[in-house]
Design a protein around this ligand. Structure first.
Ligand code: T4K
Length: 389
C-alpha cells in the first residue's frame, strides 16, 4: 500500500506515488459484516423489505434515543429528507441558506420552486454569519436553513432569535452532525427540525439514507405521511406525498453501524489528532479544530491553505492526487458559483466574500477506519515535503 517517501521523490516529478492504491475522502465505515448478513437473513425470513418495516422502526428509535430527540423519521436519503422537511414546514418564496455547503441544501429548495438566498459565512467557524443572514431578509423570506458544517454547530441561538423576530421558520441541515452537540445539547434538538444524512460517504452510513429528527409531534406525523404518498392506512390518502421511505436493508446497515459507532468516532478522533501533531508548526496551513467540550464525530479533516503558503491550494490538490491521495476541495466553488445558480444570480458572489475566500482555501483530507496512523503520517509527510520544497 505504502511506499517510502523521500523529500525529493514527488510523483509530480516522476517518482512513484506515495500510495499504490488511491486514498479516498469518504471511504465508507462498515460495522460487523456477519451481524449485517444475519439481519439480511431476518429480512428475507420476514418477507418485509420496505414500507415502515420492523428494522426501520427499530433504527428510528435508536437514532432518536442517540440524539435525545422525540422523533426520527427515516428516509431514503438526506436530500429527500430535506425536501420533505422544507415542504412540511410550509417554506415558500425565499429561504436563506449558506452558499458554503453541499449543493443538496440549495437544490432541495429550488427543486420545489423556492429561491435559495445565499448568506455569507463566518470565516472562522465556516457557518452562517447571523449579521449576513439579517441583511438578506426580504418580504418574501419564509425561513432559514442553518448548516452545521463539518459537524460544528451553526449559531443556533442567534439564528433562532432572528427567526422569532421576523416570524420565519428555522430548520437545520445536520447532514454532517450525526452524534454531535452544540453548547452541550445534542444536535437534533434545534429549530423546528434537523436533517441527517446517512450516505455511504458519511462516517455513519446506511448505504444511502437520511432522516428528519424533531421534537414536534405534529410535524413528525406530517412527514411520516409525506414520505409514504400521504397514506394513512390502506386505501386512504390524506396528504400529498412522495416516496421517501427507507428500506429494511438500509436500516439493517444502520443498526450494525450504530453498534460500531464508538469505534468509528475513536478512529476519526485519533486520525485527527495524528494529523494535527504531524502538521503543527508548518507555515501557511492550519487544521480546523473541534471544541473539546462538545461531542463531535471528527469525520472531516479540514486543512486550510493561507494566501501566504508557499504553495497554493490547487497546487496542493494536484500534487496530492499525483501521490494517490484524493483530497477534496469541499465545498468549492460555493453553491452560488455552480450552474444553474451562477446563471440565475450572477452577482451573488459580491455579497459572499468570506464564502469565496474559504472555498478557495480548503482541502479535505482522507480519514476514517480505513486509514491507519501510519497512512496519516505518510499523507502528512507529503504535505510537509510539498511546503518545504
Ligand atoms: N447536506 C449536506 C451538507 C451534505 O454534505 C449532503 C451530502 C447532503 C445535504 C445530502 O445528503 P444525501 O442526499 O447525500 O444523503 C458526497 C456525497 O455523495 C454526499 O452525500 C455528501 N453530502 C458530500 C459531502 O459528499 P460527492 O459529490 O463528493 O461524491 P463522490 O461520488 O465524489 O464521492 C466522494 C468520495 O467518496 C470519493 O472520493 C469516493 C468515495 N466513495 C464514495 C462512495 C459512494 C467511496 O470510497 N465509496 C463509496 O461507496 O458527494
Amino acid at each position: 500500500m505504502k511506499q517510502i517517501l523521500k523529500p525529493q521523490d514527488l510523483a509530480i516529478r516522476g517518482a512513484p506515488p506515495a500510495f499504490e492504491e488511491p486514498l479516498h475522502v469518504g471511504r465508507p465505515n462498515i460495522g460487523d459484516r456477519e451481524a449485517f448478513i444475519k439481519h439480511v437473513d431476518t429480512i428475507f425470513d420476514n418477507r418485509w423489505l420496505s414500507n415502515n418495516g420492523p428494522m426501520v422502526q427499530e433504527f428510528e428509535q435508536r437514532v432518536a434515543n442517540y440524539h435525545g430527540v422525540k422523533h426520527c423519521v427515516a428516509m431514503c436519503n438526506g436530500t429527500v429528507a430535506l425536501e420533505i422537511a422544507i415542504r412540511a414546514l410550509g417554506l415558500a418564496g425565499e429561504v436563506i441558506i449558506p452558499s458554503y455547503t453541499f449543493i443538496a441544501t440549495a437544490h432541495a429548495l429550488s427543486w420545489q420552486a423556492i429561491t435559495p438566498v445565499f448568506a455569507d459565512i463566518d470565516p472562522v467557524t465556516h457557518n452562517l454569519d447571523p449579521v449576513a443572514v439579517r441583511a438578506m431578509i426580504t418580504p418574501r423570506t419564509t425561513g432559514i436553513i442553518g448548516v452545521h458544517l463539518w459537524g460544528r454547530g451553526a449559531p443556533v441561538d442567534e439564528l433562532q432569535s432572528i427567526a422569532d423576530e421576523h416570524g420565519l421558520k428555522l430548520m437545520f441541515d445536520a447532514a454532517h452532525a450525526f452524534g454531535c452537540s452544540y453548547r452541550g445539547r445534542m444536535i437534533g434538538n434545534f429549530g423546528a427540525c434537523e436533517v441527517l444524512s446517512f450516505h455511504a460517504t458519511k462516517f455513519f452510513n446506511t448505504f444511502e439514507g437520511g432522516a428528519v429528527v424533531t421534537n414536534n409531534d405534529e410535524l413528525a406525523e406530517t412527514m411520516r405521511l409525506m414520505r409514504n404518498f400521504g397514506f394513512s392506512g390502506f386505501d386512504n390518502v390524506v396528504h400529498p406525498g412522495t416516496n421517501g421511505k427507507m428500506i429494511e436493508v438500509a436500516a439493517a446497515m444502520g443498526l450494525v453501524n450504530l453498534d460500531a459507532i464508538d469505534n468509528v468516532v475513536a478512529a476519526n478522533r485519533l486520525n485527527h489528532q495524528t494529523y494535527q501533531n504531524a502538521l503543527s508548526g508548518l507555515p501557511g496551513i492550519s487544521l480546523l479544530s473541534f471544541a473539546a467540550d462538545e461531542r463531535n464525530n471528527y469525520q472531516y479533516v479540514v486543512m486550510q491553505v493561507d494566501e501566504d503558503c508557499p504553495i497554493s491550494r490547487d497546487e496542493f490538490i494536484e500534487a496530492l492526487h499525483a501521490e494517490n491521495i484524493r483530497a477534496r476541495k469541499y465545498f468549492w466553488p460555493g453553491c452560488h458559483n455552480m450552474r444553474p445558480y451562477r446563471d440565475w444570480y450572477p452577482h451573488a458572489g459580491l455579497l459572499l466574500p468570506n464564502t469565496q475566500r474559504v472555498a478557495n482555501s480548503v482541502i479535505v483530507l482522507p480519514t476514517g477506519t480505513t486509514m491507519t496512523g501510519e497512512m496519516v503520517n505518510v499523507v502528512a509527510s507529503v504535505i510537509r515535503v510539498l511546503i518545504k520544497n
